[in-house]
Design a protein around this ligand. Structure first.
Ligand SMILES: Nc1ncnc2c1ncn2[C@@H]1O[C@H](COP(=O)(O)OP(=O)(O)OP(=O)(O)O)[C@@H](O)[C@H]1O
Ligand SMILES: [Mg+2]
Length: 368
């Protein structure tokens, strides 16, 4: 797919923007704080109904304004898709509005799969070196964009988990445990589709990401792979297996007032040549690993819908060596990409389809 138009209204630092980036790579160049990431964030908001960097929607409304709006229109192989999001300041007492092809949608899940994107941002390094939660979020965002089924399954699991945890808390304080088996059932039923999707995703990701790492890294001795880790990562019958685990951990769960087993504890093990990356990998190796995971995400979304999603690369070039930069840019040929940088020399001589300068809230054509 490619963007026909991107509109922003009172979004972050922008009063009004209308862009029609060409197919291929568009580079946004500008100083720190110029508003480059804001543009990518607007696209991400239309794809997933949320920002990639904040959960507080009000931060995205231009200072002093009551409402902000973004709209992306894309050309797909089977027609045009047009999605938009309108945000309101808390003082307006209105809920966020989602538009899909001219109609309002009531649930965020409805957005999934219309305009899809893969975003790489500097904070992504935490996917490798940070807590398991970041790696679960990576999987969840990817699988949600593959189809709204996963998004709703995960919502169901999280809601059953919350209810079960609340009940465990009550039981620990003397309430009856009579309804616990019913919540166990709900949790197990909700866990099954989540676990199966993650098993499939981890395997597919590992294959694709390994290939990208080999190409971009350019070192034959380094092999990158990724493995699903969790109580049910190898399970063929996740609902039944979780049920058994919940029986075993019941006393412990009541004592700790929380559910100690299940996919909410899942993780991905990332290894370089068989060693856990968290412990020893360099900054550049971690960055290459995350980038490979993002490109693998792109492959999976492409497998799912038959066409490549939009690629958003925020500040990706600055910490890669020249060879890696060039090989990355080779790798993304044919995918519409919005790429930000602070210095055009970071492009290592590559010829993007367009270069736009971001300055003082304005976006203007810039040719080197
Ligand atoms: N709600 C808002 N209203 C007005 N301005 C905002 C709002 N949110 C952020 N900004 C402004 O947007 C700018 C940051 O934009 P952005 O993060 O896109 O910069 P950037 O070009 O990506 O910078 P860097 O190169 O450092 O990553 C800051 O100047 C900030 O003050
Ligand atoms: Mg930025």
């Amino acid at each position: 797919m490619h963007i026909l138009s991107l509109r922003l209204h009172d979004f972050r630092s922008y009063r009004q923007v209308l862009l029609s980036p060409p197919q291929g790579v568009t580079v946004f160049v500008g100083e720190n704080g110029a508003g480059k990431t804001n543009l990518l964030e607007a696209v991400h908001l239309c794809c997933l109904g949320r920002s990639h960097r904040t959960s507080a929607d009000k931060e995205m409304i231009r200072e002093g304004q009551e409402t902000a709006a973004v709209q992306v229109k894309v050309q797909r192989e089977d027609g045009v898709d047009d999605v938009g999001v309108r945000l309101y300041a808390p003082t307006a007492h209105k809920r966020k509005l989602l538009y899909i092809n001219g109609k309002t949608a009531s649930r965020t899940g409805e957005l999934m799969g219309h305009v899809t994107c893969v975003m790489f941002s500097p904070e992504d390094l935490d996917i490798v070196r940070g807590a398991p939660q970041g790696r679960r979020r990576f999987l969840d965002m990817l699988l949600s964009q593959c189809g709204k089924g996963y998004f709703y399954a995960l919502q169901q699991y999280n809601s059953a988990l919350k209810q079960r945890n609340a009940l465990l808390h009550d039981i620990a304080h003397g309430a009856s445990s009579a309804t616990l088996p019913a919540w166990d059932e709900q949790l197990c039923a909700a866990a099954a589709p989540v676990v199966k999707a993650r098993q499939y995703a981890a395997q597919a990701l590992s294959g694709y990401a390994g290939g990208h790492y080999a190409h971009i890294g350019g070192r034959a001795e380094e092999t990158f792979s990724l493995r699903y880790q969790g109580h049910l990562s190898e399970s063929v019958k996740p609902a039944e297996d979780l049920h058994a685990l919940l029986q075993q951990s019941r006393a412990e769960d009541i004592r700790r007032m929380t559910t100690t087993v299940g996919p909410h504890r899942d993780d991905l093990l990332l290894t370089l040549s068989g060693r856990d990356m968290r412990a020893f990998a360099s900054q550049g190796q971690m960055r290459t690993a995350v980038l490979s995971m993002r490109l693998a995400e792109l492959d999976m979304l492409k497998d799912r819908s038959g066409e490549a999603p939009l690629l958003l690369l925020d500040d990706v070039l600055s910490e890669l060596d020249g060879g890696r930069r060039t090989r990355l840019l080779e790798r993304i040929a044919g995918v519409q990409t919005l790429l930000t940088c602070t210095d055009l020399s970071d492009l290592s001589g590559a010829q993007p389809a367009a270069i736009l300068r971001v300055q003082n809230g304005e976006i203007t054509e810039a040719r080197p």
